[in-house]
Design a protein around this ligand. Structure first.
Ligand code: GLU
Length: 563
């Protein structure tokens, strides 16, 4: 055993005693049933949707119990840190509604950045070392690899334990010599090494049993690093205690660490939290289920949803339904408000079905008022598509008329807008700035009609175009136009004698549709023309008509400004 003052000399002189931290971070004044939870991401430059899902459950449980939820950034692995991560976190947390309840800078239990908590951890490492519950280990990487190799060769469990733990009960003289020589070391936890199994109750899975931890795990990383940071396991025990967390909601990959964590809590004299281990989000891939993978799946990243502009409430609604099936049965507003219950979270990972999510998004956007949709699109586009923002801003009324097409006053509002990034493709044609005039009569979208006929049809339409609120009256002019240019009035007549006609009414109408919308498929053309206004309709069709022929009239009968 190392003398106390020898241990103390390994730490800064002014390092506070644990009692200082106990007073600095007193138990929270909350009702007994209040749950204090946290989300503890590592700054790897990637916010996994599964992390967001876990955070959402943690925050919801805290909120409904009258407790607190906060975010703690676990940056003890400084080699993995990625610049700009704070902004990325901020964006992702806001999007999924999982921002911290406690201010990251001034919150009462901060700092919430582990790298800024070095002195706190050191106080507790020193304490364990003083009690000989932790000790320095000077093994090199090569020595550790050799231990593993020998264990594998004899089919023993790998790890640093029992007689393999070279420095666990080393001669104090040898330790002192190493320390005086300034040799690098880590600090390891002296595991009580209880044989057999430990059992604990998980708030989702019920009673679980696991093999006890026998390893003397590293709790403080190498003495050569600055700051001297702890490992995840040690920081976990210290932080949950001092931040007064009583419910740890985290991914199921940590279940196997619980035996170690319980040993650490006991050694430190802390009350362990309750654990709730969340099953991972899954996807089907080539017929089988696997975890959503950071490396393989774009949709594993929260940024994917943000960049595509999936509406946040729809994504949250979908995730809540994955956590508790009961919530998927409720209308969105209600499901966002009802509590998530841990006991109802499954132990098998739920399947992320992007088709289902797209449906939910379409349904959700269909319920929004036009101006709200436009605001959301502008917000999404602010940094991603500035041109779109200025086009919408410069054509606000047109934009509002456009967004109402087939959404207002119809029995089944359209649901084709599912992501804000789709707006340009679906609604862009309404705006002159984003629309490319169709000028080539041989354009393949026009269906292979004779170029001269296309031009004549377009010129004739433009010359006589008249707005009418009544759709049949309005359409009659297209019917008459088609007849004037020899098109068959319907498919039946056309098919009866195809050589007698250049095409049928639908083909003539398609020429106008393509000229006006740029596409063979568009929302109801009457409604589109209402939104565009006659001046713009005629301008577009004239572009296809080409230069005016001598003697043509080209008078435009415009409707009211909106038409
Ligand atoms: N920093 C850990 C991770 O990124 C957090 C695990 C936990 O929630 O305790 O997975």
């Amino acid at each position: 055993m190392l003398e106390r003052d020898l241990v103390d000399r390994l730490f800064p002189d002014d390092l506070p005693e644990p009692s200082h931290w106990e007073q600095r971070y007193p138990p929270r004044q909350l009702p007994e049933s209040a749950q204090v939870t946290r989300f503890a991401p590592s700054p790897t430059g990637f916010v996994h949707i599964g992390g967001g899902y876990t955070a959402m459950i943690a925050k919801d449980v805290a909120r409904h119990s009258g407790g607190v939820y906060f975010v703690r950034i676990e940056d003890t692995d400084q080699s993995r840190e990625v610049a700009g991560v704070a902004d990325q976190f901020e964006r992702a947390f806001r999007y999924l509604g999982v921002a911290s309840d406690e201010d990251t800078v001034n919150g009462p239990y901060g700092p919430y950045l582990q790298s800024a908590r070095e002195r706190i951890y050191l106080s507790y490492v020193r304490e364990l070392m003083r009690k000989s519950q932790a000790y320095p280990c000077f093994c090199t990487r090569e020595e550790l690899a050799e231990i593993t190799r020998r264990q594998q060769a004899t089919k023993l469990p790998t790890g640093y334990y029992g007689s393999w733990a070279r420095w666990r009960d080393a001669d104090p003289g040898e330790v002192v010599a190493k320390l005086s020589a300034g040799e690098p070391y880590v600090v390891r936890f002296r595991s009580p090494g209880t044989e057999g199994r430990v059992s604990f109750v998980d708030a989702i899975r019920g009673r679980l049993e696991h093999e006890a931890n026998r390893n003397d795990v590293v709790i403080l990383k190498t003495s050569q690093s600055n700051p001297r940071l702890p490992t995840y396991h040690f920081a976990h025990a210290v932080d949950e205690h001092l931040m007064r967390v009583n419910l740890v909601v985290r991914g199921e990959e940590w279940i196997s660490s619980v035996p170690l964590h319980l040993q650490l809590f006991a050694a430190l004299g802390f009350q362990p939290p309750t654990y709730a281990h969340i099953a991972p989000l899954m996807k089907t891939d080539a017929g089988s289920r696997r975890k959503l993978s950071k490396r393989k799946d774009d949709e594993a990243s929260v940024d994917y949803y943000l960049d595509a502009g999936y509406p946040a409430p729809a994504v949250m609604y979908y995730l809540r339904g994955l956590a508790n099936g009961r919530l998927a049965e409720l209308p969105l507003e209600q499901a966002l408000d009802e509590p998530i219950r841990l006991a109802e979270c499954g132990v098998a990972g739920p399947l992320v079905d992007m088709v289902k999510l797209v449906d939910i998004c379409g349904d959700y956007i269909a319920t929004l008022a036009g101006p709200t949709v436009l605001d959301e699109v502008r917000e999404w586009a602010r940094e991603r598509d500035p041109e779109l923002v200025s086009v919408i801003n410069g054509n606000r009324e047109l934009a509002e008329r456009a967004i109402d097409v087939e959404r207002v006053g119809v029995a089944n509002p359209r649901k084709d807008l599912v992501r804000w990034s789709d707006f340009r493709a679906i609604y862009g044609f309404f705006f002159a700035e984003l629309f490319t005039l169709v000028t080539n009569p041989a354009d393949e979208r026009l269906g292979g009609l004779d170029g001269t006929l296309v031009r004549a049809l377009a010129a004739d339409f433009a010359d006589h175009y008249t707005w009418a609120d009544d759709q049949p009256t309005w359409f009659a002019q297209i019917r008459e136009l088609a007849a004037r240019h020899g098109f068959a009035p319907n498919a039946k007549t056309y098919k009866g004698n195809p050589d007698a006609y250049p095409g049928m009414l639908a083909d003539a109408a398609n020429v106008l549709r393509v000229a006006i919308t740029g596409s063979r498929r568009s929302p109801d053309l009457h409604a589109v023309c209402a939104a565009l206004g006659s001046g713009e309709v005629v301008r577009r069709v004239l572009a296809l008509a080409g230069p005016a022929q001598p003697g043509s009239v080209r008078s435009i009968t415009c409707g009211p400004p909106a038409q």
